[in-house]
Write a protein that binds this ligand. Structure first.
Ligand code: FAD
Length: 319
């Protein structure tokens, strides 16, 4: 019987879905023990109801002004103090930019272990995680000591919300001091568009799109499908799009239900970021392109002909 703390993540006032996935994972890890959650920032208590409906018995909130925006030193102090207050056996959070930054920082500080980028949790608990850039999966047990677990978004099924469950809200006073980082402004490059790391459908462009304007048909298809647009590093390096769109070993790791790769050859470094997508569609004019080896559906053709055709057909059924 373990006590498991889920660190919930809020972006633009919205609770991120990966936090509910973390709660689902926490139920397995707790083995019948207690699952609690922590939320930071202004309005943190507003998320307690949904966290409670997804299994958190208590929600610890800290509305300290230094936590309004993520900074490594403020969050490391906050997470450390919350863990000292709650005293969990395991801490679960998303394998997001924040999770990847804060988990190892605090794990090292408190002498916790760390199992990162977990894509599945089995009874035991056994943690499943990709290794060798997604070519193999490792199963890890963590028997001794306390541990941080980071969960890759879109991999662990979220249970139904149970409206009869409520969490007790516990405000926590944190002392955050000696900050070396101050956020002056946040410039969002993806405002108004679907967030790549949690998108259910992603349309991705590679060097085959040939120019920044070449991405336009992809944006039009994305609009119809409610999808996010990603890219290969080839497309980013060629300045067709922003690096924030890069998917792969040195970009974002994504697990959408549907990934449509347009004009992407399928280099191992790209596959590392998208090969665990549930359905992969590849559009490439080269029938020998390696992307076809991992695609569930392959379309050999010119993306500038195929993508507008797909958009027109989807419009007929979806719009
Ligand atoms: P290309 O390999 O040039 O492929 C373009 C494809 O488009 C071709 O298959 C071609 O047949 C097709 N095409 C051309 N015109 C059309 C058309 N009109 N219609 C349809 N198809 C067409 N890459 C990543 O993506 N993400 C990473 O995170 C990443 N990290 C890396 C890290 C390291 C250390 C290194 C060394 C490399 C990394 N790379 C990464 C780069 C990777 O090795 C490849 O160079 C890159 O993925 C190639 O991008 P691409 O598939 O868009 O381009």
């Amino acid at each position: 019987m373990k006590k498991v703390l889920v660190l919930a993540e809020v972006r633009d006032g919205q609770l991120r879905n990966v936090s509910l996935e973390a709660l689902a994972a926490a139920q397995i890890i707790a083995e019948g023990g207690e699952v609690v959650a922590g939320v930071f920032g202004a309005g943190a208590a507003a998320h307690a109801a949904i966290l409670g409906q997804h299994g958190a018995a208590s929600v610890y909130t800290a509305e300290h002004e230094a936590l309004a925006q993520y900074t490594p030193d403020a969050y490391a102090q906050a997470v450390t103090q919350l863990i000292e207050f709650v005293s969990p056996d395991a801490v679960v959070l998303g394998h997001t930019a924040i999770g990847r930054d804060v988990a190892p920082r605090v794990a090292a500080r408190l002498g916790f272990g760390l199992v990162s980028d977990v894509t599945g949790v089995e009874a035991g608990p056994v943690f499943v995680r990709p290794i060798y850039a997604g070519k193999a999966f490792q199963k890890r047990k963590f028997n001794d000591g306390k541990v941080f677990i980071t969960i890759r978004p879109n991999n662990i099924a979220v249970g139904e919300a149970d409206a009869s469950k409520t969490a007790s809200v516990v405000p926590v006073d944190l002392e955050i001091k000696d900050l070396r980082t101050i956020v002056k402004e946040v410039v969002s490059k993806t405002s108004g568009k679907v967030d790549l790391s949690e998108a259910k459908v992603i349309i991705s462009g590679g060097r085959g799109v040939k120019s920044a304007e070449g991405f336009q048909p992809l944006y039009e298809l994305a609009e119809v499908l409610g999808a996010a647009v990603g890219a290969s590093r080839g497309a980013c390096d060629a300045d067709y799009c922003d690096y924030s769109m890069q998917i792969g070993q040195t970009g974002k790791v994504v697990t959408p239900d549907l990934y449509i790769a347009c004009g992407i050859s399928g280099a191992i470094q790209h596959l590392a970021g998208m090969s665990s997508s549930k359905i992969i569609v590849a559009i490439n004019k080269d029938p020998e392109a390696p992307i076809f080896q991992i695609a569930d559906y392959g379309i050999v053709g010119d993306l500038f002909e195929v993508v507008p055709l797909l958009t027109a057909e989807f419009k007929k059924v979806l719009v």
